[in-house]
Design a protein around this ligand. Sequence first.
Ligand code: PAF
Length: 281
Amino acid sequence: MEIVHTIAEVRQHVAQARQAGKTIGFVPTMGALHVGHGALVEAASKGSDYVVVSIFVNPLQFGPSEDLERYPRNLEADAQFCAERGAHLIFAPSNKEMYPREMATSVTVDALTNTLCGVSRPGHFRGVATVVTKLFNIVQPDFAYFGQKDAQQLAVIRRMVADLNIPVQVESVPTVREADGLALSSRNAYLSPAERRAAVVLYQALQAAMARLAAGERNADALRDFLREAISREPLARIDYAEVVDAESLQPVSSVERDVLLAVAVFFGKTRLIDNMLFTM
Ligand code: PAF
């Protein structure tokens, strides 16, 4: 496995792989890799011949008061982690390589971004869509792998790819969880021991709401209240949102008549965690 830092080098390696008749799988990441990312790299290794992982903490997707500076970075450990899971190339560009001048162009997905994380993180999905478009243009993969944990991001990328006819097949990979149910996230590393213990409430509340749905509850307001109450019982949890939305449009629903996504974003101290579960009818 090789680590490269420039766009020219990625293009050269990918062209060689293509010449050898290989399909290209791509896993975009911001590093601080954990077993959840591992599942993406493993899916890419299974589904494609040549696997590229990008590691780039994208400043465009962080708000002014967010954790850009303290976001964990450890290229050596991340590269080792990817090599063990079958990656062939790591692309770890500098900010200057990705953004050599102020960007005059951005990609905005109008639908899907005025709810959930789009409300509390204005500009976030524009930053994600813009960098992912750039990365798709740099790597030109056949397949790209994203986690179901970031369900809104996945929906935004799928819509962008469809609307802009980007020639890549987007694959989703199920959320990986700790033994107690907490969804893996690079941000879990920020939690104090007490916050870490408290954070399991997200999984428990989502599971309990899913059980209600399975038992026939169709009143989305009742489900929302239930989710919020269940999370609020944990004193260290501060809810950003706890929503029941249509699985496709991501708009809040009043009753459950089609597939819905239960989605939560909750602060534990300064750390904001998200999680979701999909209920299919
Ligand atoms: O999910 C992430 O880690 C990031 O949003 C992504 C897709 C790598 C874009 O920076």
